[in-house]
Design a protein around this ligand. Structure first.
Ligand code: ADP
Length: 231
């Protein structure tokens, strides 16, 4: 299966080391107040990191730096600051490579899904990363199977429930086999059953996970470290 193959590749290539390095990461929105102030952290490969803190603390802003959705890294001066993924700085010039390594699941699936069918949506990432059509199809099928939605290939995403659309988003990211998986409020608006399904899927993934959430029981069940963001 996709997960077995992916796990084996992870074991072979990443048995040790730092997945994410944050060096004095700061960010202010234009005209706004400072959202992140001098965050330093080393997040090891395979870590399941929970990001917690009150609304407005900067969790989403933090996540968006991990794959360059917001500008991340400055190498200008002798004291470089920002984000490094597996030793590579997140730079405007390296976004393509960084986004192959860092998959991002948005809080709202409707911000992420755009294609006319589930199959096309999940295929987008592998195609972008240069997979041929056979490999793309294999990944689409296996990642939809991993989230329990292999029957929905031909559906329009609007025909699925909110929780199912959220799982399609996750499948689309899994199909890229990222080393780091970033999730913003993955369980928000899910009913208890959909939430249990999602947690079981996340618990089985081999990637380094970064999960921002308000749900502390999810952190307790899934995460081995926590970063508390406040002010
Ligand atoms: P959280 O995810 O923890 O709720 P955010 O990262 O969304 O927090 O927001 C952190 C701070 O940045 C808040 O004060 C918020 O109002 C501000 N902020 C968020 N997005 C923007 C934006 N696009 N423009 C200006 N300020 C923003």
């Amino acid at each position: 299966s996709l997960l077995q193959q992916w796990s084996a590749e992870h074991d072979a290539s990443n048995s040790a080391g730092t997945a994410i390095e944050l060096r004095r990461l700061s960010f202010s929105y234009p005209g706004g107040r400072r959202a992140l102030r001098e965050i330093n952290a080393l997040i090891p490969v395979g870590c399941r990191l929970g990001i917690v803190g009150p609304s407005g603390a900067g969790k989403s802003t933090f996540l968006m730096h991990l794959n360059g959705l917001l500008p991340a890294t400055s190498l200008d001066s002798s004291d470089a600051c920002g984000v490094w993924i597996h030793g590579e700085p997140v730079l405007r010039t390296s976004l393509k490579q960084i986004r192959q390594r860092v998959g991002f699941v948005f809080q709202d699936p409707d911000d992420q899904l755009f294609a006319a069918t589930v199959a096309d949506d999940v295929a987008f990432g592998p195609r972008q990363h240069g997979c041929d059509s056979e490999e793309t199809e294999r990944r689409v099928r296996s990642s939809l199977a991993a989230v329990g939605l292999e029957q929905t290939l031909a559906y329009n995403p609007s025909q699925l429930s909110y929780g199912e659309r959220k799982r399609v988003c996750l499948a689309g990211v899994l199909a890229c086999q990222p080393e780091v998986l970033v999730l913003d409020e993955p369980s928000s608006n899910l009913d208890p059953r959909a939430r249990r399904q999602l947690m079981a899927i996340l618990a089985a993934l081999p990637a380094t996970l970064v999960i921002a959430t308000h749900e502390l029981d999810l952190v307790l069940a899934l995460c081995d470290r926590v970063l508390l963001v406040d002010e």
